[in-house]
Design a protein around this ligand. Structure first.
Ligand code: UDP
Length: 245
């Protein structure tokens, strides 16, 4: 397979047909802009299954997305898009960087869902930017930012609901969007990347136990056990978690 791009947690390969990509999920875990690194056997399998199941569930909505199908334990087939280099962070409860930046207390519910934009640029440490910066840097136009914002709220409502059914509270998460060039006058903005405990904060509703990547960031241990717990709550039938070949 032809490798197109290697990121921190995924590799992208050329897909079998024009306009398709294969997303391969690695076991590598990184945090704090890749200053902290480890390999956690089976993480890629878990994220592939969890993200595939969430994107399949999104088919119940009219939110357009890149996911086509899961191909194997670590691979999924997706539509090729031009990624917009903006990380969209959606927060319902204060946690992580917003507590450091604004002095909020972790676990404090926000009065309403907050959307933040960060520039997707590791060298700059993914700084928070305003929509005015996005327009000024021509990363997306005003119409596209509106589209991204309204889709982000819809994804939030949908995800909060499905996690609540599993006794899990959605605290915050990150989305990425891309442009699908489908021979129309304007490209369509669609949801891309992955939705997994690597990019969501998920707390058990009864105990507030962290079930997400904070287990790695904060050296809490038990990351694979927590991701497996999420997969089981989603009724996912998991394969054995073996190391990458
Ligand atoms: N997030 C992510 N990738 C990033 C930055 C953040 O997936 O590069 C997710 C993170 O997992 C959390 C949410 O976005 O669910 C908010 O993260 P925060 O800004 O608090 O950053 P962090 O705690 O990673 O410094």
């Amino acid at each position: 397979m032809e490798l197109l791009y290697e990121g921190k947690a995924k590799k992208l390969f050329k897909g079998p047909e024009a306009g398709t990509i294969i997303q391969y999920f690695k076991d590598d875990a990184t945090a704090f802009n890749a200053q902290k690194k480890d390999t956690l056997t089976g993480k890629g399998i878990l994220n592939n299954y969890i993200s595939s199941t969430i994107f399949e569930a999104l088919n119940q909505t009219d939110i357009p997305h890149h996911f086509i199908k899961r191909l194997s334990e670590r691979e999924q087939l997706v539509k090729e898009v031009e990624i917009i280099p903006v990380e969209v962070i959606i927060r319902k409860v204060a946690a992580g960087s917003i507590c450091k930046r604004l002095g909020l207390t972790e676990g404090e519910p926000l009065p309403h869902t907050l959307i933040e934009f960060c520039l997707k640029d590791d060298a700059l440490g993914d700084p928070v930017i305003a929509r005015e910066h996005i327009e000024m840097m021509q990363l997306a136009d005003s119409f596209e930012i509106d589209e991204i914002t309204s889709m982000s709220y819809r994804v939030t409502d949908f995800l909060s609901g499905i996690f609540a059914m599993m006794q899990i509270q959605l605290i915050d998460f990150k989305l990425e969007f891309g442009r699908l060039h489908n021979n129309t006058d304007f490209p369509q903005i669609i949801l891309a990347d992955e939705i997994s405990p690597d990019n969501c904060r998920l707390w058990d509703m009864k105990t507030n136990e962290k079930l997400d990547k904070d287990r790695f960031r904060r050296d809490l241990g038990g990351l694979i056990e927590s991701y497996t717990d999420i997969a089981h709550r989603m009724s996912i039938h998991l394969p054995a978690l073996s190391a990458e070949k």
